[in-house]
Structures are given as C-alpha cells and as structure tokens.
Design a protein. Structure first.
Length: 274
C-alpha cells in the first residue's frame, strides 16, 4: 500500500547490461505485543498493539498503512532487509501483512487495528487466535489518503478489508461533506455501526452465494451517482478494483486526479486471503 521508490543499480564488472532493482528501505520494524483483543463483528476483530518501541510512531493520515510482522509458531524473529524485500536468514519470507491503523498513540506507544477474519491465510488465522502478550512487530507508517478539503462530495467504496480505511477517511471529512459509502460484506453479520458526516448515505451490499469477491461492490459503484466534482476512493479485491477503475475512467470519464483506486488483496493467491 505504501509508495516505494525504485532505483536502478548497474554492476559494470559483472553484468553491464543488467539492472539490479533495489527498493528504498521501509521504516524499521518495532517490536510490540498484543495488549487487548475485542470482537467487533463475526468477521472483524480489533487488536490493540503496544510496547515501548511504538512510542514516537508517526500518527497516520486517513487510510494510511502499517506492516505487521506475525510470529511463526509463537516466536517472533525479525527478518533482514536485503535491498528488495525482507527475508529470514534461511531465505524464507516472513509473515508480513499490510493493514490500516485506526488509532496511533505515539505517547503511549499503542496502535489499534481491525483484522478481517476471511480466508485461511496467516493473517486471518492469527486474527482468530491472537491473545494478550503475543509478540508482533510493526513497521510504518505508510502514506495515506490526502483529503481534498475544497471537494464537497465523496464516494467511498470497498469490501470488508477496506472498512478500517473508510472509517478513518470518514473521521477526517468536514462535517458538511456529502458522502456516499458503499460496502460489500460476506454476510449480514458483518455489518457494523459506522459514523461520519451528517449527510452520509451508507449502504451495505451482501455478496450473493457463489458470486466472485467484488461482484456486489462493482455493481454498487456502477449504480452510484457520481457528480462531476466528486472525489472517489475505492479499495478491495484486486480484480474487482480493476473493473471499477475501467468503469470510472472509461465509462464515467472521470479524471485520474479525482480518484484513488487500490487493490488490497487478490482472490486465489496464497496468503492474500488473510
């Protein structure tokens, strides 16, 4: 989710024709632990992370990100950055997942985050079993969404993975903003109370049995009224987000500067379903 800079480095002695791609190192991993766990819905669990190393963690913009390092069989081993990715000493990839912090308290050294309990990947499994005292590490914060204060109308759309980000955007919008929110959920039990500007119109769209993730979200966005000056923020399953992107730009003719459209996970790819 966070932007990364790519730099080409040339080794003229060994491979003059080949560029070795490296990435700017992400913020360092800070050790922490689970301080509290609170169920929100049948498919959503709030986890509070805390620890001295989280003191001073930069407060996040709306829809910003942090990377969460999960323990492996109860043990937390910090990987090393090799210039392109984090790897353990044996070459294996760590269980790193990106999520939206709902609250960062840099003085107390605390971070609140909601974990979506879908799929059977490491994140979903950890979200079910996480308990007070469990070790984790946090890297962040990544770039968030820049609220366009002069804009008076917004469309926010996403699936359950985008609910935390949508919540933070709603909290940051001026009270007089006209905002339409459409959310796809896997079951009626996934609905929860969401606050926002007084002129907020919120609709929940339950994914029909047998439908592909994102189908209900795509249909809701296609049916939504989007004024010429509206700002649009969309996030969710990658393939459905691509369909929405094409609709916004090719069918609606919106300017790219009006829209932020992001894939948060990819259906069918190991690890991304949680």
């Amino acid at each position: 989710m966070a932007g990364r800079q790519t730099v080409a480095v040339h080794d003229r002695e060994r491979t003059p024709e080949r560029a070795i791609r490296t990435r700017r190192a992400p913020p360092p991993l800070r050790r922490a632990h689970v301080a509290a766990v609170q169920p929100r819905t049948a498919r959503l669990r709030r986890v509070t992370l805390a620890g001295p190393e989280l003191v001073g963690l930069e407060p996040a913009e709306p829809a910003a990100s942090v990377r969460l390092l999960l323990p492996d069989q109860g043990e937390l081993v910090l990987p090393e950055w090799n210039g392109n990715e984090y790897l353990h000493a044996d070459g294996s990839r760590p269980h790193l997942r990106t999520l939206t912090p709902l609250r960062i308290d840099p003085e107390r050294g605390e971070v609140d985050a909601d974990i979506v309990l879908h799929g059977s990947g490491p994140m979903a499994t950890w979200g079910v079993t996480a308990a007070e005292g469990d070790p984790v590490a946090v890297s962040g914060t990544g770039r968030g969404y820049d609220i366009d204060l002069p804009a008076t109308a917004y469309l926010l759309a996403g699936d359950e993975s985008a609910l935390p980000a949508i919540t933070t955007i709603l909290d940051a919008l001026p009270a007089a903003t006209q905002v339409t929110v459409v959310v796809e959920v896997g079951s009626p039990e996934a609905k929860l109370e969401v606050g926002g500007p007084e002129a907020m119109a919120l609709s929940w769209h339950v994914l029909p049995s047998g439908a592909s993730p994102g189908d209900a979200l795509v249909a809701a966005v296609e049916a939504a009224t989007i004024d010429a000056g509206s700002r649009v923020w969309v996030a969710g399953e990658a393939a459905s987000v691509q369909r929405i992107r094409r609709h916004l730009f090719e069918v609606r003719g919106l300017e790219r500067s009006q829209c932020s459209v992001r894939g948060y996970w990819k259906h069918g790819r190991a690890g991304d379903d949680g």
